[in-house]
Design a protein. Sequence first.
Length: 336
Amino acid sequence: MPMNVFELTRALVDIESITENEGEVGAFLHSHLAQLADRTGGYAERMQVEPGRFNVFAAWGEPVVTLSTHMDTVPPFFASSEDADFIRGRGSCDAKGIIASMVGAVEKLLGEGVRNFGLLFVVGEERNSAGAAVAARSPRGSRYLVNGEPTENKLALASKGALRFEVVARGKMAHSAYPELGDSAIDALLDALDAIRRVPLPQDALLGKCTMNIGTISGGRAPNVIADASKAEVMVRLVDDPAPIRDAFARAVGNRAQLNEVLCIPAIRFRNVDGMPTTVVSFTTDIPMFGGTWGEPLLLGPGSIHVAHTADERISKRELAEAVTMYASVVRRLQS
């Protein structure tokens, strides 16, 4: 018997799928969608990403619209629970409840005789978008890609980009009682980070402020040893062209440390759909990695990003039920 959206959400949450361990949840989804496809004249396939990891794609007819989100979660895993209003558990909001609501929308559309749409669930979004990169090389002709992330069932008009750096400093070890004999890499790193923090960042009328976070700092060997190496990881949430920030950070760091760019994802603006509530989000998604190969992107999903990745991750049952109807409506409108 088919599972309803709440049952499917809990079943997915209860399968641990921290990034790089998506094989079991992928197998579950492929089996679930293959059974649905067999009953309704569609098909389901696995798109291999690497051994033990694959995307899942299912289609009915020639897809005009593809509903897509990711199967992986951040750590740590914790299983599902529910009360009258919420389903809790790792991935309930980001993004297994979204998967369930997309599957529910497909079942609703098929019951109404609508076809020509697909479902694409990918691996690796929480780390490096490996699944989206593979899917981008194997498009299926879709003209629109509706990407699911927690936007509180509001259509995102824009999402910030991401620019990530490593700041690496080198020094010379010495006994801490004689600091003049060494050269502290930690001191150099702190000076470089202080200079970066003083760089003015741009603003955008729609996306708001560009922000910067120093996420990790590591280095040194012992309290009584002058540090010979240190490193920090810095993330900038982009609202515009990254080039001026690259240049300003390079000038700020100077010769104190080495500035290595790790990742750059541009800010994106999306189309409006008349009659739908809208929002703007500060997080990044798989969408840039698709590069338009699966069609014009839209960003929309149930749940709040403010509880994603937290110890109290949860999703509203009301929003889940609304999302089934919402996704089905978006598919119909984009097909018309």
